[in-house]
Design a protein around this ligand. Structure first.
Ligand SMILES: Nc1ncnc2c1ncn2[C@@H]1O[C@H](COP(=O)(O)OP(=O)(O)OP(=O)(O)O)[C@@H](O)[C@H]1O
Ligand SMILES: [Mg+2]
Length: 508
């Protein structure tokens, strides 16, 4: 099959105070799966937006099959068959339309005004054909609002390949997916490379995935391209990480031994009103990091939210230091010195229209207030400390969070609660979308929090993280606790045994 090439020559983009891309020469051809790697804020998404026509103010040139083209509007890119699926799949889908309508969305919009009637039979048929091309089994009559994240992503990929598609950009597609869902996505991606000669540009922070599925990779650092090379059986994750961070880096998250004190947080037979968590009894001692393990959808997020008052409990008690807490909403939880770093950072974790300082001060405003004046200088000083300790990439603490890269927004969501002085810290997937360097810094800070005698709950589906940072863990399945495990005595196998709902005792 004929190859099509796409390349940039000296492409640069400047935002106020940030040189996001400098003289980038990026090249790709059809029929390969190519990874773009780099620390948070390196410029990956900015470069992809140039290729997708949504960063019109770039300087330099884009070449399509060697000929200069202008990508000043998403339509310019689509015409050349360059399609992008952004990470926030919810923003691109219309939940009140069916799968068929969402897959055929571009067609339907284009034809509006030309035809008076929508031929729903044809739309369903074409959507079915497209999904069949991907080997995806999904009822096209379902409302998109009822789909899982992984299914929504398939709908968007189907939409992309339904139109002309030579280059498919996937910006962190696997971040919210479970292992099996990721496998399914990889199957579809390979299928597109093999049968349709499409190039897939794949952004992720999980290096194992790159080694597993990509043919080649590009590393970006500080808005520049550091290296582009094929992936061979000899490629190691360490060499990629070193290139990303520009220094030699050992990936290890040593657990800091803390003095573990008495039981401080006791959750007693907690049940959520809609049954999303059922009859949960767990405890956390002072200085202890307790994991919540389980697959995506196992109920970890729901439990975190119920403890925090974001979901309503129908029965059960939350007791802290011997006192039963009355938590009806998150405000009550914060008053009782409980913090939650939520999973959905853009929706719940940060106020994107506000500055970094505002966000890091928001959880503990009274610390910065005398009478009714906010002490801006003190708040800014604390924000600067946090920016430094988490390496948040921003031109200043006055920057609006909306202008930070995805991973840096996540770090602000974590920083916000680190700045608050609480007794219980609940983290729900805090490392999703953050680079390996920042992950280590977040682990370090969580260790510090525990060392200061606080209770930490750490929910994640990354079993390796649970094994390295927690003291003990509870494994959830279908909103219930299946097992309580000592971290030093368990294994990934044992966690998976209970996470998949086995009621029998793990035999080893
Ligand atoms: N609209 C904007 N206004 C101002 N600065 C921006 C804007 N978009 C991006 N930036 C800045 O450009 C730099 C590159 O951001 P980009 O989103 O491309 O990073 P990234 O490599 O995708 O990181 P991540 O892994 O965190 O998603 C960052 O410093 C970011 O703050
Ligand atoms: Mg990004």
């Amino acid at each position: 099959m004929d190859k099509i090439t796409l390349g940039t020559r000296k492409v640069s983009i400047e935002f106020p105070g940030v040189k996001a891309l400098s003289d980038v020469d990026f090249n790709i051809e059809t029929g390969v799966i190519h990874a773009v790697m780099g620390a948070n804020g390196a410029g990956k998404s900015t470069l992809m937006k140039v290729l997708a026509g949504s960063n019109p103010d770039y300087t330099g040139e884009v070449l399509y099959n060697g000929k200069p083209v202008q990508l000043r509007h998403p339509a310019d890119a689509k015409k050349l068959g360059i399609q992008i699926v952004y990470q926030e799949v919810d923003m691109a889908l219309i939940p009140t339309l069916t799968v068929a309508e969402n897959v055929m969305f571009n067609d339907m919009v284009m034809n509006m005004g030309h035809k008076q009637f929508v031929n729903y039979g044809a739309i369903r048929r074409k959507a079915k054909e497209t999904l069949a091309r991907l080997n995806v089994n999904l009822d096209v009559r379902r409302w998109c609002g009822t789909l899982t994240l992984a299914q929504k992503q398939m709908v968007l990929i189907a939409r992309a390949v339904q139109s002309a598609c030579n280059f498919l950009i996937l910006d962190e597609p696997t971040a919210p997916l479970s292992d099996t869902e990721t496998e399914e996505l990889f199957r579809v991606v390979r299928h597109l490379r093999e049968t349709e000669n499409i190039a897939i540009i794949f952004i992720t922070h999980r290096i194992q995935e790159v080694l597993q599925i990509c043919d080649s990779y590009t590393v970006m650092r500080n808005g520049e391209i550091v290296d582009t090379t094929p992936i061979t059986p000899q490629t190691t994750s360490k060499e990629i990480v070193d290139k990303m961070l520009g220094r030699s880096f050992e990936e290890n998250f040593p657990k800091v031994a803390c003095d573990i004190g008495e039981k401080a947080l006791v959750i007693d037979q907690l049940t959520e009103r809609e049954g999303r968590v059922k009859d949960i009894s767990i405890y956390v001692r002072k200085g202890e990091i307790v994991g919540l393990a389980g697959l995506v959808g196992g109920g970890k997020t729901e439990l975190c939210k119920t403890i925090f008052g974001a979901y309503h409990k129908s029965s059960g008690r939350v007791v802290l230091n011997g006192k039963e807490l009355k938590i009806k909403n998150p405000t009550d939880a914060v008053k009782n010195r409980i913090a939650l770093v939520p999973e959905e950072r853009r929706k719940e974790g940060v106020l994107v229209a506000e500055t970094v300082t505002f966000n890091t001060a928001a959880a503990c405003l009274e610390d910065y207030c005398t009478l009714s004046f906010v002490n801006d200088r003190k708040a800014a000083r604390r924000a600067k400390e946090l920016v430094e300790s988490l390496s948040i990439k921003t031109p200043s603490v006055k920057q609006r969070v909306a202008y930070l890269s995805g991973g840096n927004q996540q770090k602000v969501a974590v920083a916000k609660w680190l700045a608050a002085d609480c007794d219980v810290y609940i983290f729900d997937e805090p490392t999703k979308g953050v680079d390996v360097g920042a992950k280590q810094e977040i682990f370090h800070l969580i260790n510090e929090i525990a060392k200061a005698g606080n209770c930490v709950i750490y929910a994640t589906c990354e079993n390796s993280e649970l094994l390295s940072i927690t003291d003990r863990m509870y494994v959830m399945f279908d909103g219930q606790i299946m097992a309580e495990l000592e971290t030093s005595k368990t294994s990934e196998d044992e966690i998976m045994h209970y996470a998949t709902g086995a009621a029998t005792k793990y035999a080893g």
